[in-house]
Design a protein around this ligand. Structure first.
Ligand code: ADP
Ligand code: MG
Length: 262
């Protein structure tokens, strides 16, 4: 079984295979498959409550599937039908793996008592044994990379929502992740602040970062995604190129959804 799973990755670095999840008997994900190749941007769209966040959380083991497995390179964490773990990683491997999977949430969750620079440097110092001077230097670079050179010493309360989210992105990037997972990164922002955050994500996508992006910004998904996955009621209903899923030939159900979110 193991050999079969590990044979022929075809460039897929991160995947969910047959992932199901239920909470207290309520099935939230049903045998979901998702693949992400190196350098690819995969966008997940779909109605609220369709399981998009739960799937992302399963990908970096914030949530434990009830069945199926998640593979990152040649490391697999798998679950049996009763939720029993049949392939387990050591806590140490799990921590290392999570570090390579950067996650940005809808809410930025910055530390209010730390400046932008301190928030980013803290992430680095908390996860890696590096000196304060080097952590600060790398945090500066990461903030500059998201256009916040002029905000190093500002506290979250002194930053706009868009700036706070860019600090959160810098905080994830400073750890040099291999894959970035974005969960509706702009849905908590005032409309006028959405653009600056999307610009940062677009640049990241174009620079070749591998990413899985849950978004309700259809125009943006169209611009950056190499592949789009449409989820509904806990299942992947359709998956394909941007044209296949967002184009005029897309299935009626998807066109209706996209029409409502255009
Ligand atoms: P989406 O991100 O697509 O809006 P979610 O993954 O957040 O969907 O949620 C899918 C379903 O799972 C929803 O019905 C939600 O209420 C439920 N759910 C998510 N997390 C939990 C949890 N920790 N406990 C119970 N139910 C949950
Ligand atoms: Mg969600």
């Amino acid at each position: 079984m193991m050999n079969e799973i590990l044979r022929d990755h075809d460039g897929v670095v991160l995947e969910a295979v047959g992932v199901s999840k239920s909470f207290h008997g309520a099935q939230v994900l049903t045998e979901v498959d998702l693949r992400c190749r190196a350098g690819e941007t995969v966008a997940i769209i779909g109605p609220s409550g369709s399981g998009k966040s739960t799937l992302l959380r399963c990908l970096n083991h914030l949530e434990q599937p009830s069945a199926g497995y998640v593979r990152f390179h040649d490391e697999i964490v798998g679950y049996g039908r009763r939720g029993d773990v049949y392939v387990e990683l050591s806590e140490r491997r799990l921590v290392l793996q999570r570090r390579k999977l950067g996650m940005v949430f809808q809410r930025f969750n910055l530390f209010g008592n730390m400046t932008a620079l301190e928030n980013v440097a803290f992430a680095l110092r908390h996860t890696q044994r590096i000196g304060a001077a080097r952590a600060t230097a790398e945090a500066r670079d990461a903030l500059a990379g998201v256009g916040l050179s002029h905000r190093f010493d500002h506290y979250p309360s002194q930053l706009s929502g868009g700036e706070q989210q860019r600090v959160a992105i810098a905080r994830a990037l400073v750890l040099k992740p291999e894959v970035m997972l974005f969960d509706e990164p702009t849905s908590a922002l005032d409309p006028e602040l959405v653009g600056e955050v999307l610009a940062v994500i677009r640049e990241l996508s174009e620079s070749g970062m591998t990413m899985v992006l849950v978004t309700h910004e259809m125009a943006f998904a169209r611009q950056v995604a190499d592949r789009i996955v449409f989820m509904e009621s806990g299942a992947v209903v359709a998956e394909g190129t941007t044209e296949a899923i967002l184009g005029a030939e897309a299935p009626e159900r998807i066109r209706r959804f996209v029409g409502q979110h255009a």
